[in-house]
Design a protein around this ligand. Structure first.
Ligand code: HEM
Length: 346
């Protein structure tokens, strides 16, 4: 994408976010912003509906996704974290192809949604469905893939939780299948040592520095107790502080923040945690175990702006991971199933 196009896309994104009434808010402003938001949302939706033909298709799409993500984060702040992770889990398995969104078809198709890294863990599917519907309502005729909606929802979440906005290029297409085994082998696991993590990120063209920047997403969001009660998944130093009743029963829904200090804000606190040996996951804390990755951890801990900038650059790069060669692609009408619903094509 050319530099001019990048700037245009960023400008459109910013305008869309502004139109949606979204401020990049910090703790004390959250309540006020969200109160104002109800009023603005209604009038802005009307403005958008009335003037949609004046707005470019892309701008309309950005605004539609932005409003849905803002509503979702207002309902539950953690949803921003979940949407960022959903995008990561989509892109790292056979590229950003919306594969993670496909429902299983009992007896004939098991996709990524129910694979162990995602099952009862990945969240935000309903927000993506709402964004798809909002685009249909607000931007008639817009052809936007579910993979693009994931990319936009992740970007908007970063900006709305306190990170910096960045441009998102549209044009991804949705796969007509998903890769159950791929999500087991291609996604990093909380028990992965540093070399395994580096290998998995290298396989996606990501350097050690880009890996550390992306892992900084753990500055927001939560892990489930069922994950943390497995000793292999946790930083041993954090075991004694864990507020989970282990072993957990099946219904346990307790959560542990990935960043102890500011789990609701997209900031550099995760790297401060790592410096104090307070990373939650085993895979988090091993980043300080090698001089190359530890240097990056220290740099981000010393300079939060550098982290936010590098994180965005790595997200843009991750968002360009292509679907598998030869994959059959389309723009899905419903994000949870392929068009025509023909499993014979899958
Ligand atoms: C580096 C290797 C990584 C490993 C091993 C890893 C592993 C995990 C695990 C185990 C959880 C908790 C899941 C649960 O208990 O249900 C989690 C949560 C999360 N991960 Fe990662 N992750 C990694 C990298 C990333 C990256 C690159 C991103 C995004 C760019 C990301 C974003 C998140 C977010 C935001 C959450 C919280 C989600 C929520 O609260 O719903 N992670 N991760």
């Amino acid at each position: 994408m050319g530099c001019g196009a990048t700037h245009l896309s960023l400008a459109l994104s910013l305008m869309a976010l502004a139109l949606a009434g979204i401020s990049i808010y910090k703790n004390t402003h959250v309540a006020t912003v969200m109160e104002d938001f109800d009023v603005k949302m209604e009038s802005n939706s009307n403005i958008l509906e009335q003037n949609s033909d004046m707005l470019s298709q892309e701008f309309c799409i950005f605004a539609a996704v932005g409003t849905v993500v803002a509503e979702a984060i207002r309902r539950e702040r953690r949803m921003g974290a979940s949407l960022i992770r959903l995008f990561f889990h989509d892109c790292f398995v056979d590229g950003c192809d919306g594969g993670i969104l496909l429902d299983d078809i009992p007896g004939s198709f098991q996709g990524e949604k129910t694979s162990p890294p995602n099952d009862n863990s990945a969240r935000g599917y309903e927000v993506i469905d709402q964004a798809k519907q909002r685009i249909k309502n607000m931007c008639p005729g817009a052809a936007v893939s579910c993979a693009d909606i994931l990319a936009l929802a992740a970007r908007d979440s970063v900006a709305m939780l306190g990170g910096l906005p960045y441009p998102v290029r549209l044009g991804r297409r949705d796969a007509r299948t998903a890769n159950f085994i791929g999500s087991l082998t291609q996604l990093p696991a909380p028990f992965d040592d540093l070399n395994t993590q580096l290998r998995k990120f290298r396989a996606k063209g990501m350097s050690a520095q880009e890996m550390v920047a992306l892992a900084g997403a753990h500055t927001i969001g939560f892990a489930r107790c069922v994950t943390m009660c497995n000793d292999n998944n946790i930083n041993p130093a954090m075991k004694s502080t864990l507020k989970c009743n282990c072993p957990v029963n099946n219904n346990d829904t307790n959560l542990v923040p990935l960043d102890l200090v500011t789990p609701d804000f997209f900031d550099k606190a995760y790297f401060d945690d790592l410096n104090r040996n307070q990373g939650l996951l085993f895979s988090d804390q091993v980043l300080t175990g090698n001089s190359t990755t530890n240097d990056v951890v220290r740099r981000y801990s010393n300079n939060g702006f550098l982290f936010l900038r590098d994180f965005n650059a790595a997200m843009i790069k991750m968002g360009d991971l292509p679907p598998s060669p030869g994959a059959r692609l389309e723009i899905r009408d419903v994000c949870s199933r392929v068009n025509g619903n023909s499993i014979a094509d899958m």
